[in-house]
Design a protein around this ligand. Structure first.
Ligand code: GDG
Length: 730
């Protein structure tokens, strides 16, 4: 029975050493709760740093034993490791870069070396526990190299990776000296998750430009495996927050707060001390709000909680000084004996106090300059059980994508925050209830538990699919069986791709006219009334008609745009437009100009850029550029960009070989055969019933049942079928 291993930099506990005694207190974060449903079961385990240093073998043993009881296993790191790997590469290189603060990035080779070394230490610790068929879910930016490290030793393991912070755009990411190593490290996973689709896009674009691997609908095909990339916006433990605020303890705390603060309206702001959180901007906006709307002076206060973090680092120290000064200035400028504009706390609070802060506040002001998700925004909404309260949320937080009923602001625009504060503090209750009802419905549904389930289910599904995408050679025994089934069947249909399947691949597509041998095979096959032969190709209908029109065969041209169902007429599969061609053609022309040897083919409903004659590396590089260029351009144009063998094809979306093939399957057939050699043929294999003989030409992974070496072997097989020769030698 495979087990599941969760891996993160920190274990969901904090180790403390007091009077030579080591004890652990659990961390109550949402992630720990959500993943609790996994790691606490059976042999499953969570591997990570326990937050404590020791070199003592007896202490290590003690920690091991204590954690084992909780289904955890420690990774021991030295103080130097933590300084260079965690505070160094993770928090001084990756964190600022991924949050769009390149000016704060420290590129230090020693940090990088330690980062690699610590990722290897994690890998070793995991290998002590993991088997080949286990499921491993790695978390966050401290462990970006781990998926590929693990893959090396556990080629068949199911590996998931989730990044909790943003993935920056290529223009930012490319600045990193170790950019390819980082991406190579990540793509060892079967599934990579981010909070938002923007992160996914940025990551895929970096992989395309830096590693040279393009994606098809979020799938990266790397040698013999596939890495899937998708967005999984993380939820919170909704029940916990909505129940806590109604508990007797929280109510008592709210009462105490009320008695202390007085009757004025309250705005809550809670963050860890970090430059990504937009704290000075928020304070300046509050200052300007009080200046612009003097009526609110004395009537509204900001509860400003700043959780200490990384405060030994100079950058954070400076930020703290700036914040202290701003708070002092605002309180000095507007405050009175009876009223303090800002109640400032530089510490963290127990959960009940947090719940009380959320419960008592009329407005939550969440204005990060950049944030992967931001859970505070979600926790505030979940705590508003009476549905009264307004969330002001930065559009730069991942949460803004889901919480569109909040007041969404640009955190760099101080005037917009001022306006939002005014709007929030004057918003009619009815509107607050309406907005919060919508927001709560979303958060209830996609809570932390469903997030964990959705990610895990997707990971399992992908692995199952990947197992289906294997190379299985059609050996002599299987060929024999195929021919027997062929012979037995009363009605048969054969879908045959042309280039690469029936004909060798040529650098000049105009030169692959069918030769006599092929014509003879097709003629023989199609003259048997029990057989229906359908030629299914990406070529235009005119070439197919010219070469094969005289035969008694049906045809599908342009990957399913044109159908020849009732000879001799061709028909369009659907109503299609080709007006888009005038926009796309000039773009392809610029690629022809820049890529000697490449050329454009115009089909009725598609345009194809061929680069098989271009210099190899240049062609591949331009193809990558063109795909990202086109994908960006064609977003709202009902077009799809297909990558074939040395071709990039743009065509109307919703058209593929699978959809076209289904038109022929309205009649039942006892024997179904389909053969193809590239990715466009996978759509055809996908729609055919399980009993169909689907054959991929070439030994690359496929969903087809079998692989066959080349067009030569395919012709031999078809000739055998044509002559119904079943005398295959053993
Ligand atoms: C990463 C990403 C992403 C805060 N103050 C107190 C306290 N908190 C809790 C909040 C909340 C959490 O800390 C902070 O939430 P973030 O969303 O900022 O999460 P991080 O873990 O810092 O960061 C972030 C997240 O991962 C999840 O993927 O959203 O974008 O940077 O849960 O409640 N809790 C208590 N006392 C406090 O004073 N008890």
């Amino acid at each position: 029975m495979p087990k599941t291993i969760i891996v993160s930099n920190r274990l969901p506990v904090s180790g403390i050493k007091k009077d030579n005694q080591i004890s652990f207190s659990p961390s109550a974060g949402g992630l720990a709760t959500g993943l609790g449903s996994i790691y606490k079961k059976g042999d499953n385990i969570w591997i990570g740093w326990p937050g404590i240093y020791t070199n003592e073998p007896s202490e290590k043993e003690h920690i091991n034993q204590e954690l084992q009881k909780e289904n955890m296993s420690p990774v021991f790191l030295s103080q130097e490791d933590i300084e260079k790997f965690y505070e160094g590469f993770s928090n001084s290189t990756l964190w600022p870069l991924f949050h769009y603060f390149p000016k704060y990035v420290v590129n230090d080779h020693e940090y990088w070396e330690t980062y690699q070394a610590v990722n290897s230490i994690f890998c070793e610790q995991i290998l002590k526990h993991a088997n080949q068929d286990d499921i491993i879910w790695v978390h966050d930016y401290q462990l970006l190299l781990l998926p590929t490290m693990l893959r090396k030793y556990l080629p068949d393991a199911t590996i998931g990776f989730f990044q909790h912070i943003p993935f920056p755009s290529y223009e930012i990411f490319r600045m990193l000296p170790w950019r390819s190593e980082i991406l190579e490290g990540m793509i060892g996973a079967d599934l990579i998750g981010f909070h938002t689709y923007d992160d996914v896009r940025h990551f895929l674009s970096s992989v395309s430009r830096i590693v040279g691997v393009d994606n098809k609908m979020g799938q990266l095909r790397i040698a013999d495996r596939v890495c899937n990339v998708d967005s999984f916006p993380m939820g919170i433990d909704y029940e916990k927050f909505s129940q806590a605020v109604q508990s007797a303890e929280t109510k008592k705390e709210i009462e105490n707060l009320r008695n202390g603060i007085g009757e004025q309206r309250l705005i809550i702001s809670i963050d860890r001390l970090d430059y990504s959180k937009g704290i000075p901007e928020r304070l300046k906006a509050f200052d300007k709000f009080l200046e612009t709307y003097p009526d609110f002076r004395g009537n509204v206060s900001l509860i400003f909680v700043l959780v200490p973090s990384r405060d030994k680092v100079a950058l954070y120290k400076e930020l703290k000084v700036e914040i202290d000064e701003l708070v002092g200035r605002i309180n000095g400028k507007y405050g009175s004996i009876n009223w303090s504009p800002i109640h400032y706390f530089y510490r963290s609070f127990p959960f009940t106090s947090l719940s009380a802060f959320y419960g008592i506040s009329d407005v939550a002001l969440v204005t990060p300059l950049r944030d992967g998700m931001n859970l505070v925004a979600k926790e505030y909404i979940a705590s508003k059980t009476d549905k009264k309260g307004v969330l002001i949320l930065s559009e730069m937080a991942g949460a803004a994508k889901e919480l569109s009923d909040a007041i969404i602001i640009n955190p760099n625009d101080i005037n917009a925050i001022v306006d939002a504060l005014h709007e929030a503090l004057t918003m009619p209750e009815q509107e607050q209830v309406l907005r919060n009802t919508n927001l709560q419905n979303i958060l209830k549904r996609y809570d932390i538990h469903s997030w964990v389930n959705v990610f895990m289910n997707r990971l399992h599904f992908i692995k199952e699919k990947e197992n289906e995408m294997k190379v299985r050679q059609l050996n002599i025994r299987l060929q024999k069986k195929l021919l027997e089934d062929f012979k037995k069947a009363e009605t048969r249909i054969l879908f045959l791709d042309y280039d690469g399947t029936l004909m060798p691949f040529s650098t000049n597509p105009g030169k692959v006219k069918p030769d006599d041998e092929l014509l003879e095979i097709l003629e023989k096959l199609s003259s048997n009334l029990q057989n229906k032969v359908v030629l299914i190709s990406g070529r235009n209908k005119d070439s197919l008609e010219e070469w094969l029109g005289h035969l008694n065969i049906d045809m599908i041209a342009e990957h399913g745009v044109w159908l020849k169902e009732s000879r001799p007429f061709w028909s369009l599969i659907d109503y299609l437009t080709d007006e888009w061609k005038s926009e796309i053609y000039p773009i392809l022309e610029t690629y022809v100009d820049r890529t000697p040897g490449s050329f454009i083919e115009t089909k009725d409903y598609s345009l194809v850029w061929h680069y098989r004659k271009a210099e190899r590396d240049l062609g591949e590089q331009r193809a990558r550029e063109l795909v990202s260029h086109l994908q960006y351009l064609t977003t709202n144009m009902q077009l799809q960009v297909l990558e074939g063998n040395k071709v990039i094809e743009v065509k109307n979306s919703g058209i593929n070989k699978g959809k076209a093939a289904l038109r022929w399957l309205q009649n039942p057939y006892d024997f179904i055969f389909a053969a193809g050699d590239d990715w466009t043929d996978e759509d055809m294999f996908d729609v055919l019933p399980d009993f169909a003989y689907t054959l991929k030409v070439g030994f690359s992974p496929t969903i087809a049942r079998y692989n066959i070496e080349s067009w030569r072997e395919m012709r031999l097989l078809l000739s055998a079928m044509a002559s119904e020769l079943v005398t295959i030698e053993k």
